[in-house]
Design a binder for this molecule. Structure first.
Ligand SMILES: N[C@@H](CCC(=O)N[C@@H](CS)C(=O)NCC(=O)O)C(=O)O
Length: 206
C-alpha cells in the first residue's frame, strides 16, 4: 500500500501511529509529498481530488482518504475493533472524542498557516485562541477517563494533538495550564508507535 506522506502532517501521523499499533507499519510504502492549501501537488490530485494528505492507494488501485477512513480500513485489516470499538455506545463515544481531537488538529493547522502570513486576520487569531482554551479545558477534564480505556483512535489523536502543539507552538505553555493532560501524555509518549514516528521538519537539518 502506498501512503502519500509528510513528516509534519498530524493527519498522516495518525495513520502511521495506527498502523504501528496494529502491526501493519511494514505494509506501508511512504511517498514523501509536500502540500499546502495554496499549493496542491499535481501528482496527488489524480488519486485524491481534495489534494490532501494522508491518501492511501491500495495494491488493487483503490484509493482511501481521509485519515479516519484509512484508520478504519487498517483496523479491519487487523481483525477489526482494535482501535475503534464496534459496539454502538463505545463506538459513538470514541468517534465523538476523535472528532474533538481531530477538529483541534484542523484548528492548529489553520492557526499555523495564519500565523505565518505577513498580514494576519486578528479576528481569526482571537477565535483560534478562544476555541483552543475551551478545547484544552474539555480535554483536561476528559483525559482521566480516557486513560482507563484501551489505547485506540481517540488516544492516538489526542497524543498527536499534544505532540503537534509542542512541535509547532512551543511557546504555548499548555503543559503548565493542563497538568493532567500533560502527565497523561508523558505516560504514553514512550510507546514505540509514538517514539518511532515523531514529527520532524524535513526542510531543516535533523
Ligand atoms: N480531514 C482530513 C484533513 C487532512 C488535511 O488537512 N491534511 C493537510 C496536511 S496536514 C493537507 O493535505 N493540506 C493541504 C490542503 O488542504 O490542500 C484528514 O483527517 O485526513
Amino acid at each position: 500500500m502506498k501512503l502519500y506522506w509528510s513528516s509534519t502532517s498530524p493527519f498522516v501521523r495518525k495513520v502511521v501511529v495506527s498502523a504501528h499499533e496494529l502491526g501493519l507499519s511494514d505494509r506501508l510504502e511512504t511517498i514523501p509529498t509536500r502540500v499546502a492549501p495554496s499549493k496542491p501537488d499535481p501528482a496527488l490530485l489524480p488519486y485524491n481530488p481534495l489534494g490532501q494528505l494522508p491518501t492511501l492507494v491500495l495494491d488493487d488501485g483503490t484509493v482511501l482518504y481521509d485519515s479516519l477512513v484509512i484508520i478504519e480500513y487498517l483496523d479491519h485489516m487487523a481483525g477489526g475493533a482494535k482501535l475503534i470499538p464496534s459496539l454502538a455506545e463505545r463506538r459513538i463515544e470514541e468517534l465523538r472524542l476523535h472528532a474533538l481531537c481531530n477538529g483541534f488538529l484542523d484548528l492548529l493547522v489553520q492557526w499555523r498557516i495564519e500565523s505565518l502570513k505577513a498580514e494576519k486576520q486578528i479576528a481569526l487569531i482571537n477565535a483560534f485562541n478562544l476555541k483552543a482554551s475551551k478545547i484544552w479545558t474539555n480535554l483536561e477534564a476528559t483525559v482521566e477517563g480516557l486513560a482507563q480505556q484501551p489505547f485506540g483512535l481517540s488516544s492516538i489523536t489526542l497524543a498527536i494533538v499534544a505532540e503537534y502543539a509542542d512541535f509547532r507552538f512551543p511557546k504555548l505553555g499548555w503543559r503548565e495550564k493542563y497538568p493532567t493532560l500533560s502527565d497523561w501524555h508523558q505516560s504514553i509518549q514512550t510507546r514505540p508507535s509514538l517514539a518511532s514516528t515523531r514529527f520532524f521538519d524535513s526542510s531543516k537539518p535533523q
